[in-house]
Design a protein around this ligand. Structure first.
Ligand code: A3P
Length: 284
């Protein structure tokens, strides 16, 4: 169902509401009812599923994994959206050759039922919530045809972090994954945007160990270059100005006021008091 949700200034955003949760509203993606069909989607043991809260660097990781697995720097234009589980119809990725590289912003419990049985490899990606929120705001503002939102940053921050918009609360999302990691026997590797910005080669070596892929250091370095922010912004022409904005750690400082930052630190402490997760908000 299409809904309109207001920010703190009364400006409204169009979202999709389904089974009590909120999603981005892409009308053309909804024709096949992907969310309704998702529980029974078939999973293969060698699938790779990239899971992340929106704006955590999903496109970056998806492209890296795609090239690492392929073992070649093919530049066939494949769109990440066509394997995004909550919006693509199963037909779009059903017949892809193994290993399929799927991606989603859903919670673990929302993934197809077969995930628990087939145990595909999950790459779970996190990003510091201040930069994520800035990235989210800019993303929403660049897609007026979908979100139909023209609100101000000052009115967006609080409702966004409190979970009023698509995919709900970042806090709930990361806490849920921490619990899942403690209990499931599905293999999950955690990646972090700031770690990748610090040393993407190091993180890619860990990724390939987890995925059981063996590529030469030379090739891994080539993938690093192909997947640099500048290179991806150039190649992914269709999404260049929407997804590839700044690609930095610490841009939040240009957006959060002192008061917003203090408010953020307070709610972080409150909401994460039982969760030892820590994030880096700048890189030296
Ligand atoms: P910014 O808006 O801060 O620039 P997602 O892919 O989950 O939608 O996340 C988008 C964010 O990841 C954007 O952040 C985007 O610039 C950043 N990003 C995408 N490709 C990147 C890359 N190759 N290197 C670093 N950051 C990248």
């Amino acid at each position: 169902m299409e809904i309109r949700v207001a920010d703190d200034g009364g400006d409204e955003m169009t979202l999709l509401s389904y089974n009590g949760r909120k999603y981005s509203f892409w009308p053309e993606a909804l024709q096949s009812n992907p969310l309704e069909r998702l529980p029974s989607v078939e999973i293969r043991p060698d699938d790779i599923i990239i899971c992340a809260f929106p704006k955590s660097g999903t496109h970056w990781v998806w492209e890296i994994v795609r090239l690492l697995v392929a073992g070649q720097l093919d530049r066939d234009e494949v769109s990440k959206g066509s394997n995004m589980m909550e919006f693509a119809s199963e037909e779009e990725y059903k017949d892809l050759p193994s290993p399929r590289i799927l991606n989603t912003h859903l919670l673990f419990s929302q993934l197809p039922e077969q995930v628990k049985v087939k145990k595909p490899k999950i790459l779970y990606l996190t990003r510091n919530p201040k930069d994520m929120t800035v990235s989210f705001y800019n993303f929403v503002m660049k897609l007026p045809m979908y979100y139909k939102y023209t609100g101000e940053w000052n009115n967006f921050v609080r409702p966004s972090l409190e979970g009023k918009f698509d995919y709900g609360s970042w806090f709930d999302y990361v806490k849920d994954w921490e619990e899942v990691k403690k209990t499931t026997d599905v293999p999950i590797m955690t990646l972090n945007y700031e770690d990748m910005k610090e040393d993407v080669f190091r993180e890619m070596k860990k990724m390939q160990d987890f995925l059981g892929v063996k590529r030469s250091d030379e090739f891994v370095k080539e993938v690093c270059d192909h997947c640099s922010f500048t290179s991806m912004k150039k190649v992914k022409a269709d999404m260049a100005n929407i997804v590839y904005r700044k690609g930095e750690v610490g841009d939040w400082k240009n957006w959060f006021t002192v008061a917003q930052n203090e408010w953020f630190d307070q709610i972080y402490e409150q909401k994460m008091k039982d969760c030892p997760l820590e994030f880096r908000y700048t890189l030296k």
